[in-house]
Each structure stands twice: as C-alpha cells, then as structure tokens.
Design a protein around this ligand. Structure first.
Ligand code: PXL
Length: 284
C-alpha cells in the first residue's frame, strides 16, 4: 500500500453551500488521504438555493482523464454528475482503472435527489444512465429517495422498516454493484444506515436532529471513502461516518445556521483521526 492512499474524487465544485468537492477535499485530507479532484461542473451555489450559476464540464473530462493514464488510484469516489454524457466517460475511467489496478475500489454516491424529490439538474435520462453506472460500482451509498429512483420503487417518506430497507437494498444489489449502504433511515428519534453486501446485513443508528441539512450525503460518503482508504472494514467505515454525521448535525443545530448552508463540519474535522484510531485499534 502507498504511504498516503490516493482517491480520485469525481464531483462538482459548488462555491457556496458545503457539498461535493468542498466537503470531500477537506475530509479526505484530514483523514490522511490524497484527494485528487475531477470537477464535473462548477456552480456558484448548490442547486438547493433559489438562484445559482451552472457551468457543465463534460467536454473537459476526456482530456482530463487521458492525462491521468499514468496514474493509479486506491479508490475512485464518484458523486454529482452534471450531464448524461458524463456517465459513459466516467464508466470508461472506472473500467480503465480497474484493469490497471484490480485493487482499485469504486465508491459511487448516486447523487440524484433527496426528500422524495429529484435535484433540479437531474433529468429522467440522467437517472436511467445512473442506474447503469451503479452496476460498475463496488459500493453505493444512496439515500432513500435515490434508492427508490434507482429501483423504480414508490417513495413513501424517510421512515422505512428495516425489512423494507433490506428489500430495497436487495433490489439495488441486483443492479450489479458489490455492496449497498442505504443512508438516512428514520425511526422515531433515531437515524440509521443499512449495509448489505449480499452475504451479510448490518444496521447502525444514532440520534437524529429534527433539521434536514443539505450536503449530509456528501459528508457521509466522503468520510466513508476516507475510512475505507485507511483500511477500515465497510461496517466500521459506516459506523465512523454515522457517528461523525451525528456529531456534526447536533453541533450545527446549536449554531442555528440556515439549513441550505450545510453542516458546520470544519471545527469538528479533527475528531476523525480519533475515530480512525479507535476502529483500527479494535481490528488490530
Ligand atoms: O449534496 C448533493 C449535491 C451535490 N452537488 C450539487 C447539489 C447537491 C444537492 O443539492 O445541488 C450541485
């Protein structure tokens, strides 16, 4: 293994609102992972704000990846994709990297929507293409909205019974990915994540805050990516990400900031090293 694990981070750069690359880069750096960004679009603010500028970078991606043909990665972490055309470009990158380094793992966060609604830039065609991309991933991290969109399941809110979530996870596995983590399952005052890899299923939960902040899915996937790159098992990585999200959302709630501005993770980033050390102590 490399001294510093290396992850390619395919995601948008949103200037304001704490999501995608502005979350992934600091989180991975503080977790001791070299984060190599591949910007898919540049936005002035994320799409949850009433007004934002959006500059699609699809045309830049083939040359971008071409000049990376001499590099290899321990992990590819893919998030927000800006157009249907990006899906096949990203899929070709996955295939090429896997061929070069069979140990390269692909973490795909199928960023498509939240709270029962598709994000404003997410067309039906993009959702269909995302379903195909899922088949190339080792691990996917959909929220309930995304899990429903990917499996054509009607959405009935965030409160799913564990058995219903497991059925959704099994449908997602049938799309061809290696493991599924369904995030944000609400049960009374708790919020949980269901992890399913076809052989085993685990469920972890933490206390939840009443407020839904934007960008929490990106923070979860970023921490998961960092923990996996640092050698944690998938269940341990899910536990670390869930605990960190719980710390950060309760801290943010006390600061009373607008939900669209996302979670105030910056003052708490230093906690991640402690979580990693604790997980690696118990598995040693
Ligand atoms: O947090 C997911 C996300 C990522 N990127 C962009 C978004 C959103 C959610 O609104 O708008 C641009």
């Amino acid at each position: 293994m490399r001294t510093v694990p290396r992850a390619a981070c395919i995601n948008d750069l949103s200037g304001f609102g704490r999501c995608s690359l502005t979350t992934a880069l600091p989180v991975l750096s503080v977790m001791g992972v070299q984060a190599c960004p591949v910007p898919t679009a540049v936005l002035s603010k994320h799409t949850g704000f009433p007004a934002f500028s959006f500059h699609d970078l699809t045309d830049t991606l083939p040359a971008f990846f071409e000049t990376w043909s001499d590099l290899d990665f321990d992990m590819i972490y893919s998030g927000f994709l800006g157009s249907v055309g990006q899906i096949s470009i990203v899929r070709d990158f996955f295939t090429r990297e896997r061929r070069k380094n069979p140990g390269c793992r692909i973490l795909l966060d199928p960023v498509m929507g939240d709270d029962g609604k598709r994000y404003r830039t997410y067309t039906a065609a993009l959702c269909d293409a995302m379903r195909e991309l899922v088949s190339h991933a080792d691990i996917i991290t959909p929220n309930i909205t995304e899990a429903c969109l990917l499996t054509d399941t009607p959405y009935h809110g965030e409160s799913l019974q564990r058995s219903e979530a497991q059925t959704l996870a099994e449908k997602l596995l049938k799309l061809g990915c290696g493991a599924v983590v369904i995030t944000g399952l609400v049960q009374e005052n708790m919020i949980g994540n269901l992890t399913c890899d076809g052989n085993s299923v685990s469920y972890t939960q933490v206390h939840r805050t009443e407020c839904l902040f934007s960008g929490t899915g990106d923070l979860f996937a970023s921490v998961l990516c960092g923990a996996l790159c640092r050698g944690c098992t998938l269940p341990d990585a899910v536990t670390i990400a869930g605990n960190f999200l719980s710390d950060v959302t309760s801290y943010t709630l006390r600061q009373n900031t607008p939900a669209q501005e996302g979670v105030l993770f910056e003052p708490l980033l230093t906690k991640l090293e402690g979580y990693l050390n604790a997980a690696n102590e118990t598995t040693r």
